[in-house]
Design a protein around this ligand. Structure first.
Ligand SMILES: [Zn+2]
Length: 145
C-alpha cells in the first residue's frame, strides 16, 4: 500500500503555517556545499526531532472563528526547540545550520499558507502511515512515532 501523504503539506513552525512545495521528508537544504553545489541533505534526518501530524481547526480568515467542523491536517513543528524551528524556516540541514557562514544557493521554498488560495492543498485527514511491513513485523515497529 502506498503512503498517502500530501504532495504539498502545510507545515506549522514558529506559530505560522506555511505551504511546503514538496513532501516533508523531501524538503532539501538550501545551503551551498564547499564544492559549490546545493546541499542534498534533507531537513528531516534520523537524528533530528520530527514534527507531528495533527488536525487543527480551520479558519478561512485571520481572526475569524473556525468553520464548524472544518479541520486542516498540518505537520506541526511547534513542539520542537526554537532553534530547530528556526532551522526549518531557514531550510537548512543540521550540518549547515551549524555553519552560518555557508551561503544559500537557493531561496527557501516556504509559502505562507492561505486557505482561500491553497484550498486544493487542504487535507482534512491525517496522512495514513506506510504499511510496507508484513503484519508480523508491525509489533516491532510499534514504538516508533
Ligand atoms: Zn545542508
Amino acid at each position: 500500500m502506498a503512503t498517502c501523504r500530501p504532495a504539498r503539506p502545510v507545515v506549522q513552525l514558529l506559530y505560522i503555517r506555511y505551504l511546503a512545495n514538496r513532501p516533508v521528508e523531501e524538503i532539501q537544504c538550501v545551503a551551498q556545499t564547499r564544492r559549490r553545489h546545493r546541499c542534498t541533505s534533507p531537513l528531516l534526518t534520523t537524528k533530528a526531532q520530527a514534527g507531528v501530524w495533527t488536525l487543527v481547526p480551520l479558519a478561512t480568515e485571520p481572526g475569524q472563528l473556525p468553520l464548524a467542523g472544518a479541520v486542516l491536517a498540518v505537520y506541526s513543528l511547534t513542539g520542537l526547540p526554537y532553534a530547530e524551528q528556526l532551522r526549518w524556516r531557514a531550510q537548512r540541514c543540521p550540518e549547515h545550520a551549524a555553519i552560518p557562514t555557508a551561503a544559500d544557493v537557493a531561496v527557501t521554498e516556504w509559502e505562507l499558507f492561505d486557505p482561500l488560495i491553497h484550498h486544493e492543498h487542504i487535507h482534512t485527514r491525517l496522512p495514513t502511515p506506510t504499511r510496507r511491513q508484513a503484519p508480523a513485523d508491525r509489533g516491532r515497529n510499534a514504538a516508533q512515532p
